[in-house]
Design a protein around this ligand. Structure first.
Ligand code: ADP
Length: 398
């Protein structure tokens, strides 16, 4: 079966067509600037030349029409007709408390995703647009929603209730949901395979360190705690997101800088994190170069990032009875040799020992701890698209 995986952002759309027979990517692409000037689609059928087309696209439906045209194009496409698409898997950011697993989309499901817009106003609306557009373009094809939050629905109450008046949970659904669930689930499964253990018996601390970052405590293959919260803002210091801070700072700065709630939200999401600290960049490669040139604030940003990661790992060590492995994934986790080394240096107290030579690796599955390390350390490149495609296939073949 061939599965189309769709990930819609507010003005962008990423897609992959995956042949599930051998889990091979047949084609992939990115549509950018939907609804704004300069809209374009970058399409690549594996084994053929890449193609970029610039053309106005007023909405996600128009963007998806171009995706379908590119996939079936005689010269640079991957399939002869849309009939070859067996199912569509959609990344949906927020499933709230309604979805603990992926699900085939019907009217009831769509309504539940719409109801969750209140708690995910930035993320769910583009996901809904993508689903509705696909329903129109591929009316006879089953569509599946795969939620960023679903993997974390196994968290116990003590992990997800905030120390706020309990009625805010009851009235407004304010609780920890956690995100990056598709990635944490994928690397949990892959790490279990690498460790030669049943996934239901594996205890892990999974570190998804990218532009957005989160850490997850996995007990017997299930999420029991994670660093992102009600929104993807909580937890680690990220590229541009603040992560944890004293909540009293927020009204203080709003008053001083005369910011309204939307402006303050923008500061916390777009102007903070390692970008805010360093004033240099949100990209860890830039920070590492600046730090080498003795830029104090770039070094400080890297130190703060590393300290927070270590802090969460330490905290999750105390939540898990024993830990089989710590896993690094995503842009920074897969590629930054220095960052992995400095995080693990600080975990010596737990008997974690990294092997410098094994750690000299980017973007491939590998055990990087020494043979003496009490806890294994692994690099596992994430693959959220494949996870979405697997869930989709499983549901439509049921
Ligand atoms: P997103 O959250 O956008 O999916 P990614 O997981 O792709 O993010 O991670 C992007 C981040 O990975 C960027 O900030 C970049 O700095 C970092 N990164 C990529 N390659 C390297 C590298 N070789 N060394 C350090 N950081 C890297």
């Amino acid at each position: 079966m061939k599965i189309l995986v769709i990930n819609c952002g507010s003005s962008s759309l990423k897609y992959q067509l995956i042949d599930m027979e051998n889990e091979e990517v047949l084609a992939k692409g990115l549509v950018e600037r939907i609804g704004i000037e300069g809209a374009r689609i970058k399409h690549e059928t594996i084994g053929k030349d890449k193609k970029t087309i610039e053309t106005p696209m007023q909405d996600h439906k128009k963007a998806l029409e171009l995706v379908m045209d590119s996939l079936t194009n005689a010269e640079y496409g991957a399939i002869a007709s849309l009939d070859e698409i067996g199912a569509v898997g959609h990344r949906v950011v927020h499933g709230g408390e309604d979805f603990a697993d992926s699900v085939i989309i019907d009217e009831k499901v769509l309504k539940a995703i719409e109801d969750n817009v209140e708690i995910a106003p930035l993320h769910n609306p583009p996901n809904i647009m993508g689903i509705k557009a696909c329903e129109k373009l591929l009316p006879n094809v089953k569509q599946v929603a795969v939620f960023d939050t679903a993997f974390h629905q196994t968290m116990p109450e003590a992990s997800y209730i905030y120390a706020l008046p309990y009625e805010y949970y009851e009235k407004y659904k304010v609780r920890r949901y956690g995100f990056h669930g598709t990635s944490h689930k994928y690397i949990t499964n892959r790490a279990a395979e690498m460790l030669g253990k049943d996934v239901n018996e594996v205890n892990l601390i999974t570190c998804h360190l990218g532009n957005g970052s989160s850490i997850c405590a996995v007990e017997n293959g299930k999420s029991i705690d994670t660093s992102m919260g009600f929104t993807p803002l909580e937890g680690l210091a990220m590229g541009t997101r603040s992560g944890d801070l004293d909540p009293a700072i927020i009204p203080f700065i709003m008053e001083k800088e005369k910011l309204d709630p939307a402006e303050m939200n923008n500061v916390l999401n777009k102007k903070s994190g390692v970008l805010g600290i360093s004033g240099v960049s949100s990209d860890f490669r830039d920070l590492e170069s600046a730090s080498e040139e003795n830029n104090h604030r770039a070094s400080l940003a890297l130190d703060i990032f590393e300290k927070r990661v270590r802090g969460y790992i330490g905290s999750y060590m105390t939540e898990l009875d024993d830990v089989d492995a710590i896993i690094f994934t995503a842009g920074v986790g897969e590629n930054s040799i220095e960052m992995r080394e400095s995080i693990c240096e600080g975990l010596k107290i737990f008997g974690v020992e990294i092997d410098k030579e094994r750690n000299n690796v980017r973007g491939e599955d590998k055990v990087i701890s020494s043979d003496n390390s009490k806890i294994k350390v692994l690099v596992v490149p994430t693959n959220e698209e494949l996870m979405i495609a697997r869930d989709t296939q499983q549901l439509v073949e049921k």
